[in-house]
Design a protein around this ligand. Structure first.
Ligand code: NAP
Length: 296
């Protein structure tokens, strides 16, 4: 008999992930701050909860996928939060990208009520969330990992237990260092090719098949050439992740010069009011420096 699952946060990522849990046969309860976003899942067979506490009271495993550290703290520890409704023996699985230190504090607060916690941030974009092909990097206790595995396998393809509480978030921040580095390299390469009069569609076909290929180039390169700035992942959330990287790097005393530069480039886009565009719009900061735009 499948455990009952609750899902909090039906945004770009959460709506696909929750739909895949439902499709895998788990009895599912959902809650979202903006209630209208629950409707498609309820139509597909999920129950709607009235609060995170109500959801937790109905669920063995409680998955969370909201924006930032204070948001996870609000839905777990706040008034009507998960902690007020969760039964001892239940398990919280946080798929949001948040601070590793805050994650360890949340795990401790939940443990004091007899509730387990895993940090299980994800990578693979909105496409991976919809298709159930995410890579999920998990921190926490082995027994909790084994218990959550069937639910994680409904959402992702590569599920890796990387260490104790907070380790999943640390690996996710490594992921974000790589993501923005690829985004910057792609932006520079497109401007370079454009300046030399190259057909960028043909260049993209060649480059994605070679050693310089990346998820970013394959998925967001074509969007840039169409000048389609709709977000799989918004600049505001990308900037949140870089803030987490810079804070954790500072705490460890490790230099991350490229990430620090990219943080500043994204900041120029936020200042221009572009925070809700996709993170591939990083190229707009470089176009501004270059004085021209890339075209197909
Ligand atoms: P999103 O589309 O902006 O959705 C954010 C979700 O969080 C919404 O359901 C929102 O509710 C909810 N939320 C935010 N603050 C809240 C609060 N204080 N209380 C209750 N609910 C709150 O973001 P997303 O792209 O799905 O990202 C969600 C998480 O996944 C983030 O941590 C992000 O970094 C991570 N992530 C995203 C991607 C990606 O490609 N998009 C990939 C990997 C990881 P409302 O609907 O009411 O606003």
């Amino acid at each position: 008999m499948n455990e009952t699952v609750g899902f909090i946060g039906l945004g770009i990522m959460g709506r696909g992930m929750a739909a895949n849990i439902l499709r895998a046969g788990f009895p599912l309860t959902v809650w979202n701050r903006t209630a209208a976003k629950m409707e498609p899942l309820v139509a597909a067979g999920a129950q709607a909860a009235t609060s995170p506490a109500d959801l937790a009271a109905r669920s063995d495993i409680i998955v969370v996928c909201v924006s930032d550290t204070p948001d996870v703290e609000a839905v777990i520890l706040g008034p009507n939060g998960v902690i007020t409704g969760a039964r001892p023996g239940s398990l919280v699985v946080d798929c949001s990208t948040i601070s590793p230190d805050a994650t360890r504090r949340l795990a401790q607060a939940l443990a004091e009520r007899g509730v387990g916690m895993l940090d299980a941030p994800v990578s693979g974009g909105s496409e991976g969330a919809a298709k159930g092909t995410l890579s999920i990097m998990v921190g926490g206790k082995e027994a909790d990992f084994q218990r959550a595995l069937p639910v994680l396998q409904a959402m992702g393809k590569q599920i890796t237990h990387v260490g104790d509480h907070g380790a999943g978030q640390t690996v996710k921040l490594m992921n974000q260092i790589l993501v923005v580095g690829h985004a910057l390299a792609m932006s520079e390469a497109f401007l370079f090719g454009q300046a030399h009069g190259v057909d960028l569609e043909k260049a993209l076909t060649a480059l994605t098949a070679g050693a310089a290929g990346s998820w970013m180039l394959s998925h967001r390169g074509p969007q840039i050439l169409r000048r389609d700035w709709r977000p799989g992942f918004t600049i505001d959330l990308q900037q949140k992740d870089l803030r987490l990287v810079l804070a954790a790097a500072d705490a460890a005393g490790v230099p991350v010069p490229a990430t620090a530069l990219i943080f500043q480039l994204y900041r120029t886009l936020q200042v221009q009011g572009l925070g809700s565009e996709g993170n591939h719009a990083l190229i707009k900061a470089l176009e501004h420096l270059a004085g021209f735009e890339v075209r197909r």
